[in-house]
Design a binder for this molecule. Structure first.
Ligand code: ADP
Length: 315
């Protein structure tokens, strides 16, 4: 995850919850990618440390356990940069220019730097440096995983087998909509944060987009097109009943949203309480990140030895 601020429900349901479940069965590396965040937020870095703290608080409160997985900051493991540099020698510029997120965000955010073009290649290095078999991400990341697979194949063909080809591990909810119905994203300003208060959450849910054809309370709605219903599927036990009531015109949007907000706040209560506790002890967070970086460096260092040997950079 990028340290661009507090994580939102898309990050939680699309990725983080999966990590919490996987940490018991896999050797796992959870990286806060500060270099990546500089591709867009390079002008004002005054709050970067604060944002790193926020993401690590979200990680730990959601249930990541530093004894089971390595939690660390990307820039503390310099090997990622070395591998990125070497990958940049074998990757055509045209291949990077074809990546969908490059094309979209370049226009949308007006980004045009060398580092921004190389973003998915740095991500390939983040993945391959741990010789990862699986990458637990949301659906939006699939083109980036595909690039990582291609880079692994090309490297192996040129210099001999070093990297496995990583596969994505999607969750049950690969795309969570934001309050405006687009993909929930920090950069669209349409998110509900894990750390929002119950009141903030209720307010955000109350202005969520709904089916535009359902104008009056008793109009039948189309829940399958409605972002509010999408969140019900995650946070409401009897969501099928909501579907029936909405589509037969027996449930108005105002009441429906109130119900969703209540369920959402209930489901997030434990995470939010844990977060409040952890906030009291920031020293502990920095220690977790230091320990994580040590563990990550050990593994990344081994991989780089294999890479340097394969490329004849060392004997
Ligand atoms: P953002 O779009 O807010 O900047 P990131 O691109 O940093 O989020 O995403 C971090 C992780 O969270 C990725 O694994 C991504 O797939 C997942 N993710 C982000 N937004 C969503 C969403 N709306 N639905 C599902 N997963 C998401």
């Amino acid at each position: 995850m990028q340290p661009t601020g507090r994580l939102h429900l898309g990050n939680l349901e699309g990725a983080l919850k999966n990590w919490v479940a996987l940490q018991n069965d896999y050797e796992m590396y959870c990286c806060i990618v500060d270099w990546h965040s500089l591709t867009s937020d390079y002008e004002d870095t005054s709050t970067l440390q604060e944002k790193i703290k926020e993401v690590s608080l979200d990680y730990l409160s959601a249930g990541l356990d530093p004894n089971k997985c390595a939690i660390f900051v990307q820039s503390q493991v310099k090997e990622h940069a070395e591998l990125h540099l070497l990958f940049s020698m074998i990757t055509p510029v045209a291949r990077l220019a074809r990546v969908p997120s490059y094309k979209e965000k370049r226009k949308e955010l007006g980004l045009d730097s060398y580092g921004f073009l190389g973003y998915p290649l740095l991500q390939a290095a983040d993945i391959l440096i741990y010789k990862a078999d699986y990458v637990p991400v949301g659906k939006d990341q699939l083109p980036h995983i595909e690039l990582a697979r291609e880079v692994a194949r090309k490297f192996n063909t040129l210099y001999g087998q070093v990297f496995p080809e990583p596969e994505a591990l999607l969750t049950k909810f690969p795309v969570i909509p934001g309050i405006d119905g687009r993909k929930m994203s920090k950069s669209y300003n349409n998110d509900i944060a894990i750390a929002d208060t119950a009141e903030e959450t209720t307010k955000k849910v109350s202005v969520m987009f709904t089916d535009p054809q359902k104008i009056h309370k008793n109009d039948p709605g189309r829940p399958d097109l409605c972002p509010v219903f999408h969140l019900h599927k995650i946070y409401t036990e009897n969501y099928q009943e909501v579907h029936t009531l909405c589509s037969t015109g027996k449930l108005g949007c105002v009441e429906d949203k109130k119900n969703l907000a209540r369920n959402l706040n209930q489901k997030l209560k434990d995470i939010r309480e844990k977060r409040k506790e952890l906030e009291k002890n920031p020293e502990k967070l920095w220690k977790v990140l230091d320990q994580g970086a040590q563990k990550a460096r050990a593994k990344a260092g081994q991989t780089m030895q294999d890479v340097r040997k394969a490329m004849r950079l060392i004997q």
